[in-house]
Design a protein around this ligand. Structure first.
Ligand SMILES: NC(=O)c1ccc[n+]([C@@H]2O[C@H](COP(=O)([O-])OP(=O)(O)OC[C@H]3O[C@@H](n4cnc5c(N)ncnc54)[C@H](O)[C@@H]3O)[C@@H](O)[C@H]2O)c1
Length: 455
C-alpha cells in the first residue's frame, strides 16, 4: 500500500497516497518505529507501553548510564515492571541510545525531557530546545513529533514548530505532523498508570490530530481526548497541576489557622469529604514536592506576564506552600521547647524524604527544605526512608538509617514525619520514639497518641 511513499524523500511528499493515510497504515500494521526522547519517570514507562503494544521502540537519552541500563534489561523506574524491560530488550523490540541519528528511522517521536525552572523561578526550556534541535537534524518526511513535557501554552506552536522547521527544512502539516500530549503519570499510583490514564491530544491541523490520536489509541486503553489545538492541551495540563497547587495552598493555610484555633484540620477534611458532590479532599503537609506541582504553575505565571496579566491565585498559594517547611520547623521547635530543649543541638530524625508516599523520588521534596531549616538552626539531623537509601544535597551525601530499631529511635529527641510511606511500622515508631511530629497524619490509625502531635 505504501509503495509510492518513501520516508527518505526529503521535501514535499510525492506519492499516490497522502501522508496521513501512509502513517495511519504504518500505525495499524505496527511498522512505524517509535522514538521516545528522555527516558525518565515519564519516558521510560511510555517506551515500555509502546514496545508492549508491538511497536519497535528506541529510547533516546543523554545519560549513558540510563541507556546502558535499558540495553542490559535493567529497570530504574518504580512504576515499570523489571521483567517488562528485560523481556522487551531481549526480544529486540526495545533499545536505547544516545545517538540521535537513529531518529531518522523513527516515524513517531515523543519528547519527554525535563522542564525545570531556572534560579529566577522562570521556565527553563533548554532541554526541550536541545532535544528538538537534535531531532530536527535527522527529521525525515512523514514523521509525527509529539511534545509530552509539561510547559507553558504556546511552546509547541511557537518554539518546537519553529526549531523543527528551521533545523530540518521541512514544513509542519505537509512534511511532518506536530502535536502536544501532556503526560499525566502519577508515580506510585497503583490504579492509574500510563496505560490506562486518558490521554489528551492537541495538534496542528486535523490530519495531525487524527494520526497522533490513532497512535496513542493503538497503545493505551484509557481513551484519547482530542482538543482543538496544542495550546489547549498545554493549558489543560497546567490547569490540572495549578488546581492541585492552589487547593493544597488553601488547605495548608487552613491547617495553620486550625492550629491557632485548636481545631484538628484532618478531622475537618474527613467530615467535609463525606459530601457526595462539590468537594475534593486535599491535605496539608510540609510543603510541595516533585517535578510538577511546585514548578508548573510558574510556567503559566511567566507566560501570563507577556499578556500583562498577574496570576494572583497562583502567587498566593505559592507563598503559603513555600512557607510550610519553615512553619513545620517552627512547630517542631515549639515541641522541643516544651521539653526544655532548644532546636540547636537536638537530634531529629526525618521519617520519609521522598516527596510523596511510596515512591523513591526526592526531587523538590519539602523534606529537604525541612532538613535545611533544621540544620540551619543547629539540629543534628538523620533520616530514614524505606524507598531512598541515600541522596545528594548541598554537596553532601545523606544516608538513610538501615532500619528503625527501637534503641535507635529512642535516641532521637524528635521524630519528624515528612512522608507517609505505607511500609513503615508506625506502632513501633510510636512505642519507641520520645516524641513525634507527624506532618502527614501518617499515624492516624495509632490509638496511643500521648507522644504524637499532628500538623
Ligand atoms: N515525573 C512526573 O510525575 C511527571 C508527570 C507528568 C508530567 N511530567 C513532565 O514530564 C517531563 C519529564 O519529566 P520526568 O519526570 O520524566 O523527568 P526525568 O528527569 O525523570 O527524565 C527526563 C530524562 O530526559 C533526559 N534528557 C535531558 N535532556 C535530554 C536531551 N536533550 N535529549 C534526550 N534526553 C534528555 C534526562 O537525562 C532524563 O533521563 C517534564 O516536563 C515533567 O514536568 C512529569
Amino acid at each position: 500500500m505504501n509503495s509510492h511513499y518513501h520516508r527518505d524523500e526529503v521535501g514535499a511528499v510525492a506519492s499516490m497516497i497522502t501522508m496521513k493515510d501512509y502513517l495511519l497504515e504504518q500505525i495499524s500494521s505496527r511498522s512505524i518505529v517509535v522514538g521516545i526522547v528522555g527516558l525518565g519517570y515519564v519516558g521510560l514507562p511510555l517506551a515500555v507501553e509502546m514496545a508492549k503494544a508491538g511497536f519497535e521502540t528506541i529510547g533516546f537519552d543523554v545519560q549513558d548510564t540510563k541507556v546502558d541500563m535499558v540495553n542490559s534489561g535493567q529497570n530504574y523506574i518504580g512504576d515499570v515492571a523489571d521483567e517488562d524491560i528485560s523481556t522487551l530488550v531481549k526480544s529486540g523490540i526495545m533499545s536505547a541510545t544516545t545517538d540521535f541519528k537513529k531518529c531518522a528511522s523513527c516515524g513517531f517521536i515523543a519528547i519527554c525531557v525535563p522542564t525545570p525552572l531556572d534560579k529566577h523561578q522562570q521556565p527553563d526550556t533548554s532541554y526541550i530546545e536541545q532535544s528538538v534541535k537534535e531531532i530536527a537534524k535527522h527529521l525525515k518526511p512523514a514523521t509525527i513529533v509529539v511534545l509530552e513535557s509539561t510547559t507553558y501554552p504556546g511552546t509547541t506552536e511557537e518554539l518546537v514548530k519553529y526549531l523543527l522547521e528551521e533545523g530540518s527544512g521541512l514544513q509542519s502539516g505537509t512534511d511532518f505532523y506536530l502535536g502536544f500530549s501532556p503526560e499525566r503519570v502519577d508515580p506510585g499510583n497503583r490504579a492509574f498508570k500510563t496505560k490506562n490514564t486518558p490521554k489528551v491530544v492537541g495538534a496542528i491541523g486535523s490530519d495531525a490530530i487524527e494520526v497522533i490520536s490513532s497512535m496513542y489509541e493503538a497503545v493505551l486503553v484509557g481513551g484519547v481526548v482530542r482538543v482543538s489545538s496544542p495550546r489547549i492541551a498545554e493549558m489543560e495540563k497546567i490547569l490540572e497541576n495549578t488546581y492541585r497547587n492552589v487547593n493544597i495552598g488553601l488547605i495548608n493555610e487552613l491547617a495553620m489557622l486550625c492550629n491557632h484555633m485548636n481545631i484538628d484540620i484532618w478531622e475537618v477534611i474527613d467530615a467535609a469529604k463525606t459530601k457526595p458532590y462539590g468537594f475534593s479532599a486535599f491535605y496539608p503537609g510540609p510543603g510541595l514536592g516533585g517535578h510538577c506541582i511546585p514548578l508548573d504553575p510558574y510556567y503559566l505565571s511567566w507566560k501570563a506576564r507577556e499578556h500583562g496579566f498577574h496570576t494572583s491565585m497562583i502567587e498566593a498559594s505559592m507563598a503559603v506552600n513555600d512557607r510550610m517547611p519553615v512553619y513545620c520547623v517552627d512547630r517542631a521547635s515549639r515541641i522541643l521547647n516544651r521539653f526544655g530543649k532548644p532546636i540547636n543541638g537536638s537530634s531529629i530524625i526525618i521519617l520519609g524524604v521522598a516527596y510523596k508516599q511510596d515512591i523513591d523520588d526526592y526531587r523538590e521534596s519539602p523534606a529537604l527544605k525541612v532538613l535545611d531549616e533544621l540544620e540551619g538552626r543547629g539540629a543534628l539531623v538523620s533520616f530514614f526512608d524505606p524507598w531512598v537509601s541515600e541522596f545528594q544535597h548541598n554537596n553532601k551525601t545523606y544516608r538513610s538509617l538501615s532500619n528503625l530499631e527501637s534503641e535507635k529511635l529512642g535516641a532521637f529527641d524528635l521524630v519528624m514525619i515528612c512522608t507517609a510511606h505505607t511500609n513503615v511500622d508506625y506502632s513501633q515508631v510510636q512505642e519507641n520514639a520520645n516524641y513525634i511530629f507527624d506532618t502527614r497524619n501518617a499515624m492516624k490509625h495509632i490509638t496511643e497518641r500521648d507522644n504524637i502531635e499532628v500538623l
